[in-house]
Design a protein around this ligand. Structure first.
Ligand SMILES: C[S@@+](CC[C@H](N)C(=O)[O-])C[C@H]1O[C@@H](n2cnc3c(N)ncnc32)[C@H](O)[C@@H]1O
Length: 307
């Protein structure tokens, strides 16, 4: 038996493609960085839960950090800036590859930044943590980093063109910028059960929207990055989370703010709305588990590598 390297894994089927074309709407949620900071990222519980689920239920032997480490192409002494570093999980995974380098994590949310700071506390590699927004890097001089990365965060950034111009400015010549995001049809199985439940509940029409990552996705990202970088290379990869029990899937669904339906508290949706939504989604997921043995969540993700 040959060992799968994880790079060639392909979960796409004509059925999944057909499902995506029926289920994924053109309109997507737009989330403001400040709203996310003041609601979703007041602590790291949701981010921690999502990372844990990816670790436990993935079927691709290569994890996100493995893919990033490959794309970063490090020699070990680079200076790296992580925009929207979150709880520092990725920085901590990358640090051994940059033991003689310098890490800087920037995030708009002080609560998650504190967790990142503690996670890397005491390591000999110099690490700095800065509160700020990715579209204003004024605190960094020109040409101060060899690598910059923005992992699943660019969709929050208010002024993306300014952000990319700033990244270009702070990058040294020969450096690279990695932007990790999804295809809009990633996790179509979750959107399918979610929208089916919303339809059964006659939910408001504005909830029928695609992932906010569709704003800067693997499909439309290269055109947005092209004005700032000589080359933009797209590196797709896939994974499939497989859940043999409904509970861990529901933990993931909840920590994804119910496909963003619960992203804006105070929009008039009572807690009972989400209780019913969860019950309906649980029933659909359990039916699939009873039929197939597990509920699959196919991830179409990747990195735009800019230099
Ligand atoms: C989904 S998390 C990703 C965290 C980390 N990159 C990862 O992949 O584990 C998005 C992070 O981006 C941060 N963020 C959102 N908008 C930002 C902005 N404009 N500037 C800097 N950080 C931002 C959030 O506070 C959050 O920590």
């Amino acid at each position: 038996m040959s060992i799968l390297t994880g790079e060639e894994m392909d979960f796409r089927t004509p059925e999944l493609d057909g499902l995506a074309s029926r289920v994924i709407p053109d309109q997507y949620f737009e989330l403001r960085a400040e709203d996310a900071r003041d609601t979703y990222f007041t602590d790291t519980s949701k981010l921690d839960a999502k990372q844990l689920v990816h670790d436990r239920f993935r079927t691709n032997p290569l994890a996100l950090h493995d893919q990033l480490i490959r794309a970063l192409d490090l020699r070990g002494a680079e200076e790296l800036l992580d925009l929207g570093c979150g709880n520092g999980e990725i920085l901590a995974r990358i640090r051994p590859y940059l033991a003689a380098g310098h890490l800087v994590g920037l995030d708009i949310a002080p609560a998650v930044l504190d967790v990142a700071r503690s996670r890397l506390d005491g390591v000999a590699t110099p690490c700095d943590f800065v509160e700020g927004s990715a579209d204003d890097l004024v605190m960094f001089p020109d040409h101060s980093f060899d690598r910059v990365m923005a992992v699943y965060m660019a969709h929050y950034v208010t002024d993306l063109q300014r952000c990319f111009a700033e990244v270009r400015r702070v990058l040294r010549s020969g450096g690279r910028f990695l932007l990790a995001t999804d295809r809009p049809d990633s996790m179509v199985e979750m959107y399918d059960v979610h929208f089916a439940a919303l339809r059964e509940m006659n939910a408001p029409q504005h909830l029928f929207r695609a992932t906010p990552k569709a704003r800067i996705s693997l499909d439309n990202g290269p055109a947005q990055l092209a004005p700032h970088f000589a080359t933009v290379e797209r590196a797709d990869w896939q994974d499939q989370l497989q859940f043999a029990k409904a509970d861990p899937f529901l933990a993931f669904y909840r920590s994804s703010n119910y496909c963003c339906a619960g992203s804006k508290p105070g929009e008039g949706l009572a807690p009972a709305f989400f209780t019913e939504l969860e019950e309906r989604v649980r029933a659909s997921v359990q039916t699939v588990i009873d039929d197939v043995g597990y509920f699959a969540l196919t991830k179409y993700t990747g990195t735009l590598i800019c230099s």
